[in-house]
Design a protein around this ligand. Structure first.
Ligand SMILES: C[S@@+](CC[C@H](N)C(=O)[O-])C[C@H]1O[C@@H](n2cnc3c(N)ncnc32)[C@H](O)[C@@H]1O
Length: 295
């Protein structure tokens, strides 16, 4: 897989599309006026798509949004200075032994949960948590266990590349439910100007945000896509048609009903040989577009 020309988001995120950018971005329009990343997450798609005049990022989750807002709106120098300050205050050093790293992480986690919650602290927690997971308990406390001190040269490189990639882009950011967002699009006089990338939670998959996404949410979303299509607004939808051997029936029915209208591209998911849990159970990623681009 050649991902050389694409760069990662500094926010390592479950469901992030970095490893699929080679599959997704070449099928995006060669030019558009307004690009909307409606379920923006780590922002890695907006970071790597370069063919729009204006870029709009939306994410409903307040915590993820606040981290991305801090990354989008601050200079590289200010971001690094914020992180160095937290690193120094909590002595989060890779040179410490595991027990002391963990002890210092837990002090940061406790201060975050007890005090003034900042996106910088949450980002640092995510760099050090197991699998970079951002997870909260039912009372809203961040509760991911310690993994390793992951504020490293690699983190700094990812932040630099992210800031370089977005430096020439005009970017607007929002923190609303996607349906609220679509109201503005439906009201806009020139829907043809938009290209919307839609990467919703995937039914039946196991990230935190996916647990709240139900079959009826997919049906509602597909109705919106049909409506946007009638308005001649371009969109591309990412999803999975089979996940760990289980078929996504609602999606497949909708694809079948619209097979003459939409274009369907599929890609078998490649599992790491070290990730044994899902070996032998196939997963097929899909990109559906309501326009055709020549690659
Ligand atoms: C599959 S992830 C997107 C990943 C992103 N494309 C990336 O590469 O990082 C789906 C995102 O949609 C967000 N989300 C869930 N429900 C939403 C809603 N109703 N409106 C807007 N965003 C929502 C989740 O918080 C999550 O970040």
């Amino acid at each position: 897989m050649n991902l050389d020309k694409y760069t990662k988001s500094p926010l390592t995120y479950m469901g992030g599309k970095y490893s699929l950018l080679n599959f997704v971005i070449p099928k995006f329009p060669k030019e558009c006026v307004i690009f909307i990343d409606l379920f923006g997450g780590s922002g890695v798609v907006l970071e790597n798509y370069n063919n729009s005049k204006l870029y709009l990022y939306n994410e409903k989750d307040k915590n993820i949004f606040e981290i991305m807002k801090w990354l989008f709106k601050n200079s590289y120098e200010n971001i690094i200075s914020d992180l160095n300050e937290i690193q120094n205050k909590y002595n989060l050093l890779q040179t410490l032994d595991h027990e002391n790293q963990k002890k210092n992480y837990l002090i940061l986690r406790n201060d975050y949960n007890e005090g003034n919650k900042t996106p910088q602290m949450l980002y640092m927690l995510s760099r050090c948590s197991i699998n970079n997971l951002i997870r909260f308990n039912s009372s809203g406390g961040f509760n991911t266990s310690f993994g390793k001190i992951g504020y490293s040269k690699n983190t700094i490189k990812m932040i630099k590349e992210f800031k370089d990639k977005i430096s020439n882009k005009s970017i607007g950011i929002d923190n609303i439910d996607y349906e609220e967002y679509l109201v503005y699009i439906y009201d806009y006089s020139k829907p043809k100007d938009f290209f919307i990338y839609i990467d919703p939670p995937y039914l039946g998959t196991d990230t935190e945000y996916n647990k709240k996404w139900l079959d009826e949410d997919d049906i509602k979303l597909f109705n919106h896509l049909d409506k946007l299509n009638e308005l001649n607004c371009k969109w591309a939808l990412s999803n999975v048609i089979i996940h760990n051997g289980i078929e996504h029936k609602t999606l497949n029915n909708w694809i079948e009903q619209n097979k003459n209208k939409y274009n369907v591209y599929t890609k078998e998911k490649e599992y790491s040989p070290f990730f044994t849990k899902n070996q032998g159970k196939s997963s097929i990623e899909v990109l559906i577009t309501n326009y055709k681009e020549v690659e």
